[in-house]
Design a protein around this ligand. Structure first.
Ligand code: PEP
Ligand code: MN
Length: 284
């Protein structure tokens, strides 16, 4: 007989057959829902995050992203506004009736980030930071766990297992591209992982086509591909002036590109039986 025993348990569909669905500030995640998370890579100024949040909320986006503590490859790159950035992010979200997702990079920042965020983001570089996972497993706020850029699907699910084992079952898995030999794009979006993880786990699976591609003009097709592959949501980087962005400008899309994505996601959703969390194309 085939050995189907898996090293992870709580995250698996064998363990729990119903798909995980939970609410964040009235926004349902998982199941038949399709969530669109958007915002800049990093919070840069008060004005920048307010401009972007106000535009996105008019488009119906309910969850605002923005990094305040940025994990940058170079120590000379913009590191984020830190707590000031968290404040601006939360104010912009509150003013527009949106929920917040932002990255927590370190165990000693969990309490501070908790004050401002609705969902903790664990970045690709921290997927196997087990101390951080254990700390977040004790939180009553959901966690989005990015896939490590060189982690296998099994390692990713085992990292999620830490969160569930510690008591936090409100977890989103997020495929954000893996490192391969291909260097024309920043990473390689592993859509196989989306399809496969949906057969292995009851947790919602999102895709971040911005980090996955690193190329603004292919974010749109990869959003649609992610949805067609079975993703439960996407997270995209949107900027009012991408050419001026302090981080990830080349992959940040313009407002008019975002408009097109919302329209096409809306059209595709009826075909594949998903319920988008935003209203149908609002012209602004
Ligand atoms: C980000 O979302 O801006 C980010 C740094 O993501 P990742 O950890 O996937 O690189
Ligand atoms: Mn980024």
């Amino acid at each position: 007989m085939e050995n189907t025993r898996k090293p992870y348990q709580l995250v698996s569909l064998d363990w729990k057959q119903e798909r995980t669905v939970f609410s964040v500030k009235g926004v349902e995640i998982g199941g038949d829902n399709f969530n669109l998370i958007a915002g800049p890579c990093a919070v840069e100024t008060e004005e920048q995050i307010h401009t972007i949040a106000s535009y996105l909320s008019k488009k119906g986006v309910k969850i605002l992203r923005g990094g305040a503590y940025k994990p940058r490859t170079s120590p000379y790159s913009f590191q984020g506004l830190k707590e000031e950035g968290l404040k601006y992010l939360k104010e912009a979200a509150d003013r527009n009736n949106m929920a917040v997702i932002t990255e927590v990079m370190d165990t000693n920042l969990v309490d501070k980030v908790y004050e401002y965020t609705d969902i903790f983001q664990v970045g690709t570089r921290n997927m196997q930071n087990f101390q951080l996972l254990k700390a977040l497993s004790k939180s009553d706020k959901p966690v989005m766990l990015k896939r490590g850029w060189s982690s296998t699907i099994e390692e990713w699910l085992l990292a999620a297992e830490y969160l569930l084992l510690g008591g936090n079952s409100n977890v989103i898995l997020c495929e954000r591209g893996i490192r391969t030999f291909e260097n024309s794009t920043r990473n390689t979006l592993d859509l196989n992982a989306v399809g496969l993880v949906k057969t292995l786990s009851h947790l919602p699976v999102f895709v971040d086509p911005s980090q996955a591609t690193g190329v603004r003009n292919i974010v749109h097709p990869m959003c649609l591909a992610a949805m067609a592959a079975g993703a439960d949501g996407i997270m995209v980087e949107v900027h009012n002036q991408p050419q001026e962005a302090l981080s990830d400008g080349v992959q940040s899309i313009y407002f008019d590109q975002f408009d097109k994505i919302t329209e096409d996601i809306y059209s595709l959703s009826s075909l594949i039986g998903k319920r988008p969390d935003f209203a149908k194309s609002v012209k602004i």
